[in-house]
Design a protein around this ligand. Structure first.
Ligand code: FAD
Ligand code: SIN
Length: 529
């Protein structure tokens, strides 16, 4: 198929990708690729909401301070100020797009909920299913623009760089992406003067994760292979309260349940254990709560702990958490009366592709926004409900930079098509399934909430063996969506383990019993290809 030419190619149709597209579309032709349906990213799954300073008496300084405390001082203060300062305007724009945020008589009309690590009520939300409403509104707005071409079922494989030009150039410029059309089984080439990575996180590198199936670190791996620096990958966030259920494996119980008074209890005794660990109790930052639960589960040999909000009036619980109430009722748990069995699970990728305040990566023509990136906002641990916010602010920042510098962005040179002449159809799909499961299992067991150097080295050893096998397989067989994801999952696992081994301290989400102390100076882990 002939190359498809656009002004800008965006890979990812979640909050970051669609925000960028909506800001570019008034003047530029944009393609937005998604590897499955448009709403299959994490955005549609977000529950709690979006953080912004909207409560009378709250201040930007306080939101900045809370973000830096949660991030264990590793945050870039300039980024935190940029995002926090732009938050109220981002919320206004979403409301203008029709996101039906919950309203109240106070707080200038917003109903604000509370989450761990926030010293004020700060979270705007749509019941307990904020992400679904946001995704719907963004998609609706994008469909209305003739300049936006939405391309579902298109699996990005690798960035098109100057190496792929008909005439070789080593300047590292990115011109778009090679992507596998799932329906046709063919690789297509999408070209543009600028490319934005908005591919989300890498949660599925772990056996248990709240993230959707497609969170396989594709953008991080593609950027790394193309030559971008990747930073702070050791900081994988574990959400303290994922439902423990043998059939429903990854259903999140929003932090807002704790924000509205939910207690964490030991099942047999009913002991409320969080005050034993931290004076902020259930509202301590996520890393603290997840580690405390992990500690109690291991110490007492439990399968789960209880999260209980049944002491609040039933009407209050149903009104605030209608979706969780209905979902759990279907599983035989009435949260107005019963405690909820919960365990920690991987939830968010704090590290990623290094970007500046304009969303620019190291490579000319390549931008990144949202969970795929490391902007300096989250530091060593993301504060609750700061991540959708990051998508809106950086999706817009990247678009603005492209618009302001359009005349300086050269058009793509002639690009070679994808070469399949030396590969065959796979005859051993079992290799993919086996390796996929193996990675997720050893990452969970060896690179989890509490780490040791020995376990990290074991993981590194396995990654080395699997890398040879997967690269050999990739070199010989025609690409499939599963193979693309497996290769990226392994690449991301390798970046996480290398970063974790590099950090000789415990900070935020990275806790190792070999280096339990936090060093006086906070320094990013930056890996260069
Ligand atoms: P995503 O929304 O994940 O979108 C990624 C996009 O990239 C998708 O369209 C996907 O198809 C596409 N893509 C990926 N790889 C490829 C490829 N190879 N080719 C083509 N396309 C590709 N944050 C908050 O701030 N508040 C919350 O309340 C909240 N709740 C959450 C609840 C859950 C259960 C989860 C999992 C996360 C939650 N988060 C929350 C985090 C937040 O939802 C995510 O960080 C955010 O939505 C990420 O948005 P994104 O645009 O970066 O990526
Ligand atoms: C939640 O609702 O607990 C998730 C919020 C977040 O990840 O920021």
């Amino acid at each position: 198929m002939a190359n498809q030419n656009f002004d800008v190619v965006i890979i990812g149709s979640g909050a970051a990708g669609l925000t960028a597209a909506l800001n570019l579309a008034p003047s530029l032709k944009v393609a937005v690729l998604a590897k499955g349906a448009l709403n299959e990213g994490s955005t549609a799954w977000a529950q709690g909401g979006i953080a912004a300073v909207l409560e009378p008496g709250d201040t930007f300084e306080s939101h900045i301070e809370d973000t830096m405390v949660a991030g264990a001082g590793l945050n870039n203060r300039a980024t935190v100020e940029f995002v926090v300062g732009n938050a109220p305007a981002a919320i206004d724009r979403l409301a203008d797009l029709g996101v039906p945020f919950n309203v109240a008589d106070d707080n200038n009309g917003w109903h604000l909920t509370r989450e761990g690590g926030h010293s004020h009520r700060r979270i705007v939300h749509v019941d307990d299913a904020t992400g679904w409403a946001v995704q719907e509104a963004l998609e609706r707005a994008a469909r209305a623009y003739p300049n936006i071409t939405l391309v579902p079922d298109m699996v990005a494989i690798d960035l098109v760089t100057s190496r792929h030009g008909e005439r070789y150039s080593g300047d590292g410029h990115v011109w778009g992406v090679y992507a596998l059309n799932r329906k046709r089984g063919k690789v297509e080439t999408f070209l543009g003067r600028a490319t934005i990575l908005a591919t989300g996180g890498a949660g599925r590198v772990y056996l248990f994760s709240t993230a959707p199936r497609g969170a396989t670190g594709d953008g991080i791996a593609m950027a790394w292979r193309a030559g971008c620096r990747v930073s702070n990958m050791e900081f994988m966030q574990f959400h303290p309260t994922c439902l423990y259920n043998l059939e429903v494996k990854n259903f999140l119980i929003t932090e807002a349940v704790r924000g509205e008074g939910g207690h964490l209890l030991i099942p047999e005794t009913g002991h409320r254990f969080m005050p034993d660990f931290d004076e902020r109790a259930e509202l301590a930052p996520r890393d603290v709560v997840a580690r405390a639960i992990d500690h109690e589960i291991k110490r007492l040999g439990l399968d789960f702990v209880h999260l209980d909000i049944s002491h609040r009036p039933p009407e209050f619980v149903k009104e605030h958490f209608p979706n969780i109430h209905a979902k759990l009722l279907g599983l035989g748990i009435d949260i107005t009366k019963d405690p909820i069995p919960v365990v920690p699970a991987q939830h968010y990728t704090c590290g990623g592709v290094v970007i500046d305040l304009d969303g620019r990566t190291d490579l000319p023509g390549l931008y990144a926004a949202g969970e795929v990136s490391q902007s300096g906002l989250h530091g060593a641990n993301r504060l609750a409900s700061n991540s959708l916010l990051e998508c809106f602010v950086f999706g817009e920042a990247a678009a603005n930079h492209i618009l302001e510098n359009w005349d300086d962005l050269p058009p793509p040179p002639p690009i070679r098509p994808w070469d399949e002449s030396r590969v065959a159809d796979s005859d051993e799909e079992v290799v993919i399934k086996q390796n996929w499961t193996e990675i997720r299992r050893f990452m969970w067991n060896y690179v989890g909430i509490v780490r040791t150097t020995k376990r990290l080295e074991r993981a590194a050893h396995r990654i080395k063996m699997l890398t040879d096998e997967v690269e050999d397989y990739y070199g010989h067989f025609r690409v499939t969506p599963d193979l693309v994801e497996l290769r990226n999952l392994l690449q991301t696992a390798s970046l996480i383990v290398r970063s974790a081994l590099h950090r000789k301290e415990s900070r935020g989400l990275h806790y190792t019993t070999d280096y339990p102390k936090t060093l006086p100076k906070a320094v990013d882990t930056v890996l260069a290809p």
